[in-house]
Design a protein around this ligand. Structure first.
Ligand code: SF4
Length: 350
């Protein structure tokens, strides 16, 4: 890897973000009581139902849960890329360095997306344009956002490809996306996300489409670059193994709610919510050969018509009558943790 060094700062583009007063002493990213609804013919689906968390420089937050639990919708709301309608932000705030992004106009929001918060999507092949070389696509952001001329932009593109470990970067910049392997394409996506030196990266299932060894390489690259650049990283995944290696803290989501929040060691050692516990127990273990895998029975609920009380109760092995009527709040658990379970103490002791 080499340092990026081409100077394009003298370019003509002047970001309107210069006029926004970001507070450097404020947390990097704060999400507070975020609510996102989808208005459908069948009714209103509460896809994100009052989720809160914060992210500091150099910190990795893993957002974990099954498909349809609200992880990706949370990410899209932070990025401002929800399809609206049918999606609608029904409440809450998303603050970057103290400035609420949800009340910002779309023009400024576009600049935040380019310069402050970037996203890495799951499917690199459909995120890249098949008719342009990867070098051209990378160079475009330097031309558009930094006013770089063609030569400077191309040089920066090659530097970025080199930074993410693409061999013979100068030559590979002239190749099209289909000429790269899945792992190399995901490296290109990481290069694109990092190109304008954002402060926050949101990686939505960045390694799901890759085989296990390539997954490990790509995650290691992301973790190394994040540490080197002191980025805040939000890693969205359904894979507990992926977050265990890189996350500092974890937010477990179920049916649009954050049901457990804790640091990574606390979560793995003593889960305080039955859903987290069940997810951990469903991971195959090499020391339990021949034993049946534990499964979480049933399916996540339809968000248009979730069960009354605790939305996890039809699948929960700890459930009692109270759980069918009484929605659990996010209880404070010792050690700076939180759990949305009436019986978190019992779960931790089990
Ligand atoms: Fe299970 Fe009841 Fe806790 Fe919900 S509140 S997770 S149903 S024990």
């Amino acid at each position: 890897m080499t340092e990026t060094k081409t100077d394009v700062s003298a370019g003509p583009a002047k970001s309107p973000l210069r006029n926004v007063e970001f507070d450097k002493s404020a947390p990097l990213l704060e999400v507070e009581d975020l609510k996102v609804e989808f208005h459908t013919r069948d009714g209103v689906a509460k896809a994100v139902n009052g989720v809160s968390f914060s992210l500091s420089e150099g910190e990795t937050l893993g957002i974990l849960g099954e498909s349809g639990c609200g992880k990706s919708v949370t990410a899209q709301a932070i990025m401002g890329i929800l399809d609206s309608p049918p999606a609608k932000i029904a409440g809450g705030e998303v603050r970057f360095r103290g400035v609420d992004l949800l009340s910002m106009d779309e023009k400024l929001r576009r600049h935040v997306r380019a310069n402050k918060i970037a996203m890495i999507f799951q499917d690199a092949l459909s995120s890249l344009n098949p008719v342009f070389t990867v070098g051209w696509q990378l160079a475009e952001s330097f031309r558009v956002h930094q006013g770089a001329d063609r030569k400077q932009a191309k040089a920066r593109a090659v530097e970025m490809l080199d930074l993410v470990g693409i061999p013979a970067a100068k030559n590979r910049a002239n190749d099209f996306p289909h000429q790269f392997s899945g792992g190399m394409r995901q490296r290109v996506m990481i290069a694109m996300a990092l190109s304008l030196k954002p402060d926050v990266i949101i990686a939505d299932e960045p390694t799901t489409a890759l085989d296990v060894t390539v997954q490990a390489q790509v995650m290691q690259l992301l973790a190394d670059l994040q540490q080197e650049m002191r980025l805040g990283l939000i890693l969205i995944t359904h894979d507990m193994g992926v977050v265990a290696d890189v996350a500092d803290k974890i937010c477990v989501m179920y049916a649009g709610n954050a049901v457990e929040q804790a640091d990574v060691y606390q979560i793995y050692e003593t889960p305080a919510h039955p859903y987290t516990k069940a997810l951990l127990e469903s991971i195959p273990r090499v020391d339990q050969k021949g034993q049946e895998l534990t499964v979480i029975k049933g399916l996540p609920p339809a968000l248009v018509n979730p069960p009354p009380g605790c939305s996890f109760h039809p699948r929960c092995t700890f459930a009692r009558d109270r759980c069918k009527v009484d929605v659990p709040p996010l209880y404070t658990v010792p050690g700076g943790r939180a759990s949305a379970c009436h019986y978190w103490e019992e779960v931790m002791g089990s």
